[in-house]
Design a protein around this ligand. Structure first.
Ligand SMILES: [Fe+2]
Ligand SMILES: [Fe+2]
Length: 223
């Protein structure tokens, strides 16, 4: 008969855990069944993680440019959601964002959100996309992206969906006006048609990423 593992005997002085700090931050209340627009309007409208811009303002400006340029609805939605991963974490936000939205959007939209991150580092003169000045400041003048970013770029560059992710990078530029008011109304119909809003509310359904939405909605919960 196998023996149950034993809790090890304490050695030396017992050290209790330090008193936990609870981060106090005013978070505006959300409706009981939050929609994508609610989360963007109420929670992603202030800069976080040391960023100089709020995710919602930036992506709304990006999607507005895409709309004006006459892109199709999936491309506009990809622009609208492209940095939503920054609501969870800043590093690898393309991957976080794609995962967050995967249960609710088409595979193509999630794909564009995932790969825009890698494509941002690589110019494409055929559409007039240049290496961002912003990145010279962030990463230094001679920066070489890590191998996983280069591999993601090579993969995306040869993929039939390349151009939707490239469109996201195009309309990512010049979408950082901090004075621009947040206006999500122009996208309500596109969101209605292409984002499968759960009836229970984001963070309250049983999707594989519901916990990630809860983190976006309540980022200072102690546990
Ligand atoms: Fe991004
Ligand atoms: Fe962006």
């Amino acid at each position: 008969m196998s023996r149950l593992p034993q809790h090890p005997a304490p050695s030396g002085k017992l050290v209790p855990p330090p008193k936990a700090d609870v981060i106090k931050e005013f978070l505006a209340p959300l409706p009981a069944r939050p929609t994508l627009i609610d989360v963007m309007r109420v929670r992603l409208n202030t800069p976080r993680y040391g960023m100089k811009f709020a995710v919602a303002q930036h992506v709304a400006q990006s999607a507005a440019q895409a709309l004006r340029a006459g892109l199709d609805e999936e491309a506009v939605l990809a622009c609208l959601l492209h940095d939503i991963g920054m609501g969870v974490a800043r590093p690898d936000h393309g991957w976080w964002g794609a995962q967050l939205i995967e249960p609710y959007v088409s595979e193509k939209v999630a794909w564009a959100v995932r790969y825009h991150q890698a494509l941002r580092f690589f110019p494409d003169p055929s559409v007039g996309y240049e290496y961002p000045e912003l990145y010279v400041g962030l990463f230094g003048p001679d920066y070489q992206p890590p191998e996983y970013i280069q591999a993601a770029y090579r993969y995306a560059r040869n993929h039939p969906w390349y151009m939707i992710a490239r469109s996201v990078t195009l309309f990512d530029e010049y979408s950082f006006d901090p004075e621009a008011p947040l206006d999500l109304e122009p996208f309500a119909d596109i969101v209605g048609r292409h984002f499968r809003q759960p009836a229970e509310g984001l963070g309250l359904d049983s999707s594989a990423t519901s916990h990630m939405w809860r983190t976006v909605i309540d980022p200072t919960k102690p546990l």
